[in-house]
Write a protein that binds this ligand. Structure first.
Ligand SMILES: Nc1ncnc2c1ncn2[C@@H]1O[C@H](COP(=O)(O)OP(=O)(O)O)[C@@H](O)[C@H]1O
Ligand SMILES: [Mg+2]
Length: 248
């Protein structure tokens, strides 16, 4: 088996597993509702529908990531860069991720001088979704996910930082997590589902947009780790950039 076949096999088996888990759950809850409708109280019905919604969101996200991965490898896609307020994308993403991780608190700190970014809206949504979803997924229970946007220190880029407290990432793994199918071997990663595709796609999309992505994980005073992913995206509106002052 050559390297490509091996990659393809890995891809199919990861994706099949990732598709099967939410589909099985959706089918199970739908069947229960159909067969036991009269016996279920309103609270249970609502809870089951919520699970169906969450699992559908998970499927949609996976399919979107797979489509992005295919487009990346084909390099056919011509992307249209437009000026977009990153905060509007962040707010939309939070609504979706919040429904899947209701124990998390999402806080947005947006410097009012943040100019629009020059990006493709679908790609930008994908970038932010993957990072916010990871922060919620790998963040401590009931913790806060902080999302900051700013225009600081550099005239060309808008910075988007996503921070969570949790298990953290060792420095020697910083590069590894951005490669295809890589998941870190720790008890948390083993417990939560994932394909290892998210950050690989995210990095590719950020670079396609003309930006950069980096990660930093440092212990805080309680021995927990603060993990921050920072994305720098090209700012639109050159005039406004020139007038803007850093206030973060
Ligand atoms: N905020 C985070 N805190 C700790 N580990 C993380 C975080 N984000 C990503 N990781 C690690 O990086 C790996 C790769 O992430 P990703 O490419 O999104 O794949 P997935 O989430 O599907 O596992 C994860 O499996 C996890 O081990
Ligand atoms: Mg992920």
């Amino acid at each position: 088996m050559n390297g490509n076949e091996k990659n393809y096999e890995d891809f199919i088996s990861t994706v099949s597993h990732e598709l099967r888990t939410p589909l099985t759950s959706i089918r199970g809850f739908a069947q229960t509702m159909l067969t036991s409708w009269d016996k279920l109280d309103d609270g249970s019905k609502k809870k089951f529908l919520k699970i169906i919604e969450e699992q559908s969101n998970r499927l949609i996200n996976l399919v979107e990531n797979m489509l992005s991965a295919t487009k990346l490898s084909q390099q056919k896609e011509s992307i249209i860069l437009k000026e977009i307020q990153v905060k509007s994308v962040i707010n939309t993403v939070i609504q979706v991720v919040k429904s899947q991780y209701p124990d998390k608190i999402f806080t947005v700190k947006s410097d009012r001088n943040t100019p629009p970014v020059l990006a493709d809206r679908d790609n930008l949504t994908r970038i932010i979704t993957n990072l916010v979803e990871n922060a919620a997924k790998y963040g401590d229970e009931n913790s806060t996910i902080l999302i900051e946007t700013g225009f600081c220190g550099n005239d060309e880029f808008v910075s988007v930082k996503i921070t969570n407290t949790g298990i953290g990432i060792k420095e020697e793994d910083y590069d590894k997590i951005f490669t295809k199918f890589s998941r870190l071997d720790n008890p948390l990663t083993r417990r939560v589902q994932g394909s290892g595709l998210g950050l690989y796609i995210t990095k590719n999309l950020v670079e396609k947009t003309g930006g950069k992505i980096s990660v930093k994980s440092t212990p805080d005073k309680d021995g927990k780790f603060l993990t921050t992913f920072e994305v720098l995206l090209p700012a639109g509106n050159i005039e406004r950039q020139a007038r803007s002052k850093c206030s973060m």
